[in-house]
Ligand binder design. Structure first.
Ligand code: ADP
Length: 566
């Protein structure tokens, strides 16, 4: 638009200036021609000195052709003039156009006339007589005639320029609107999408690149809309799952701030406004903080039981490497632990209550057996005695297990393993001899002391050797003790009946017996191996069993030489 206005203005100024120059030149030319025409008419009167006649001729002709005609003598005296009486006029010898004419050329000037008091265009022509300038014939036009013409031209040109500018403006407006309208539509739709209105679409029928752009925009928005719907759905699903969780859930960021919780956690804490707060503001229990720190430093998940506000929680913390976050899921196991405690208390109470009458029964049976001579009576009394013994050992094992679970403490002291095994061997010496079994002890002389609970470790060997003797008919028992780095590797091996592979995984369970009838006969309770496993785990060790039917069974244990447990 600016370009059009500037060009139009330049065109206007240039054409007006050219027209002005050209029209002035034409006027000068016309006045010169008029002078040439008038010369032969005036010359006779001038030469004859008929100045009055000349003056009236000048006045008539001048009026007829609307040109002021002045005849000036070479000395500057005005002889005749169309507009005024020559005698009243001042000497014109110094007028520039007259001076020019007197010097032999055609003089022209635009000046203010003192005679008519107006701007005039003058053209002065020298009149020769016998090759001598006899007079100057000056033709002049009122400038207002010239300027009127120029003004008319100027107005015309101005109108044309204005028309060009207006037309160009309207055309530019229409064209730019046609270009900008689709762009504006696209822009508005893009803004609507960014404000969240996924239904914004652009429909153009321009059949050009902009339409392609609009079509792509629509496809893109549709895809984004579907993806957002999908994400929202997934998110809602996740939120529902998290909300439906029975466990307490919280996500802790790198700085220890809570990023996410579920309703159950908020109910537990008693506040809905936990997001963004530090976890220690909500959970003051130091054990929880220590667990968080441990997970962060080791970058590995952990599971632990934590007592919190009178509840017992089983907390599982996972480390999310990608975000440096910790996800904590805590299950309230207070009720489970309570039930366990009640069960344990019940078992302990029942076992205690049973022990006294059972010992009394056993005592009386022994007394009756000593006195009874009748073989059939003795047979029945023997059966009663065997069952009473079995009941007593069940009660003893149950009490032992309950004790192990109750007291988590170990009385750690230096234990000489070889000595310990020897002691246990002595208990079973008679039975080994009865069954004709060998007992081999292979000990690593470098092992030295083991830091462990003597009484409990003795129980381990009693249970294992007792089983080995029970379930071995030929061959014998080998106990090997070796040092393996920081660990003591203990293997109790027999050449007995063996255990089937599918049962091997269950023998450490409580009350699990492979052969119920045999177990009843041998007085087994199914608790021996669970006691063994419990004690080994308390020491921070591991136990596994390997067996082959008819070949024998091995129990392989690893115990840290310097027990950190207890
Ligand atoms: P029990 O007091 O009945 O022996 P345990 O817990 O000690 O109970 O053992 C569980 C079961 O594992 C036993 O019933 C027995 O069948 C099997 N078992 C344990 N030790 C041996 C072994 N050395 N050889 C074969 N079977 C064994």
């Amino acid at each position: 638009m600016v370009l059009i206005v500037l060009l139009s203005a330049a065109l206007f100024l240039f054409s007006v200036r050219t027209f002005k120059q050209h029209s002035t030149e034409m006027m000068i030319d016309m006045l010169r021609q008029q002078a040439a025409l008038f010369r032969p008419v005036m010359m006779p009167l001038y030469i004859q000195g008929k100045y009055d006649e000349l003056d009236s001729l000048v006045k008539q002709t001048g009026a007829a052709i609307t040109t002021r005609i002045t005849v000036i003598a070479p000395d500057g005296r005005v002889i005749a003039d169309t507009e005024a009486a020559p005698r009243s006029m001042e000497n014109h010898g110094t007028r520039p156009e007259v001076l020019q004419a007197l010097s032999g050329s055609i003089g022209s000037a635009i000046r203010h006339s003192a005679t008519v008091a107006e701007d005039m265009l003058y053209v002065a022509v020298p009149i020769y007589e016998n090759e001598r300038i006899a007079a100057v014939l000056r033709m002049s036009l009122f400038m207002h005639d010239v300027t009127r013409l120029i003004d008319r031209f100027q107005y015309g040109m101005l109108w044309i320029a204005l028309c060009i500018v207006c037309t160009a403006m309207i055309a530019a407006f229409i064209i730019s609107r046609r270009i900008t309208r689709p762009i504006r539509m696209l822009d508005e739709a893009a803004q609507a999408v960014s404000a969240g209105n996924m239904d914004a679409r652009v429909f153009l029928d321009s059949n050009d690149e902009l339409q392609e752009c609009a079509d792509s925009f629509n496809v893109m928005t549709e895809k984004i809309k579907t993806q957002i719907q999908e994400i929202t759905l997934r998110r809602q699903e996740l939120e529902h799952i998290i909300e439906a969780m029975h466990e307490y859930l919280l996500v802790i960021d790198d700085d220890g701030r809570i990023m996410l919780t579920n309703r159950r956690f908020n109910e537990f804490i008693g506040s809905d406004d936990v997001r963004g707060r530090f976890y220690w503001e909500c959970i003051k229990e130091p054990a929880f903080g220590e667990m968080v720190k441990e997970v962060r430093t080791t970058r590995q998940g952990r599971i632990a039981e934590i007592a919190l506000d009178g509840r017992m929680l089983l907390c599982s913390m996972s480390w999310i490497e990608q975000y440096g976050e910790i996800i904590a899921v805590c299950l309230d196991i207070t009720e489970i632990r309570n039930v366990e405690r009640i069960k344990r208390d019940f078992v302990v109470n029942v076992s205690h209550e049973l022990r006294t009458p059972l010992t009394a029964i056993k005592g009386f049976i022994d007394t009756i057996l000593d006195e009874e001579e009748e073989p059939s009576h003795r047979k029945y009394l023997e059966i009663i005695k065997r069952h009473t013994d079995r009941l007593i050992s069940i009660v003893k094992d149950l009490l032992m297990l309950s004790q192990l679970e109750e007291e988590r403490r170990l009385d750690i002291e230096p234990v000489e393993l070889v000595q310990l095994v020897e002691q246990v061997r002595k208990i079973y010496e008679q039975r080994l001899d009865e069954k004709g079994l060998f007992f081999d002890l292979q000990a690593d002389p470098d092992l030295g002391h083991l830091f462990a609970d003597r009484f409990k470790l003795e129980q381990v060997f009693i249970n294992l050797i007792d089983n080995a003797v029970k379930y071995t008919e030929h061959g014998g028992i080998t106990v090997s003790i070796k040092a393996d780095g920081d660990w003591a590797l203990i293997v109790v091996q027999d050449t007995g009946i063996g255990i089937r592979q599918e049962q091997l995984g269950r023998i450490f369970e409580r009350f699990y017996v492979v052969d119920k009838a045999r177990s009843r006969q041998t007085g087994g309770t199914g608790l021996g191996l669970s006691i063994v496993k419990h004690i080994i785990q308390q020491h921070g060790g591991t136990i596994e069993a390997k067996s082959q039917i008819g070949q024998g069974t091995s129990f392989i244990m690893r115990i840290p030489r310097r027990s950190s447990a207890g």
